[in-house]
Design a protein around this ligand. Structure first.
Ligand code: MN
Length: 186
């Protein structure tokens, strides 16, 4: 039997304490992407792509850029369950990834390449076209070493060096709240 792709995700978390989902949602039509702003010990943006029933994930410390000249470090993290795409709230103190989370952008994506996205990830070079609220158009993720990828905007009509959505559009696309407006619940 194949290894449960969410095993690492579940091992890291105590679901009696954290409000994060345990997983169980099924894939629907167009694959989704989500970018969660995460105010953990170091703030970052979790870039997640739905691939074969899980969310493939990278932590991007500076967040995505719409300027094709900007290369953003993206560190791969464990696969997350599909229902994580709707998660917004506070991971309690003492739990893995403790801190506030908002859904900074979300939507669907497609890949212009013939190869499956799973195979592109294995090969270390992924091209996706995002249809989000803040981010649209092509983005490439390229592996430069085992635990280091670069996220770069593709040169297309949606590329725009003057935009800086990470700073000018800080709100959640789900709730309209900024991360500072998420209450320290738990
Ligand atoms: Mn994170």
């Amino acid at each position: 039997m194949a290894k449960d792709p969410l095993e690492t995700y579940r091992e890291k978390r105590d679901f009696r304490r954290t409000p994060e989902p345990q997983g169980g949602a099924e894939a629907k039509d167009a694959p989704r992407f989500v970018i969660q702003k995460h105010d953990a010990s170091t703030r970052h943006y979790d870039f997640r792509l739905e691939v074969e029933g899980v969310l493939k994930s990278w932590a991007v410390p500076k967040g995505p850029s719409t300027d094709p000249r900007e290369k953003r470090l993206a560190v791969p993290t464990e696969d997350h369950p599909l229902d994580y795409a709707g998660f917004e709230g506070t991971i309690p103190e003492g739990e893995y990834g403790a801190g506030r989370v908002i859904v900074w952008d979300a939507g669907t994506y497609e890949s212009p390449k013939d190869e499956s996205v799973a195979d592109q990830i294995d090969g270390g070079h992924v091209v996706v076209v995002l249809k989000g609220r803040k981010l649209r158009g092509g983005f490439a993720l390229t592996r430069t070493s085992d635990d280091r990828w670069l996220l770069v905007k593709t040169r297309d009509d949606e590329a725009d060096a003057r935009r800086n959505p990470v700073s000018t559009e800080p709100e959640s696309v789900l709730s309209g709240r900024t991360i500072e407006e998420i209450e320290e619940e738990s």
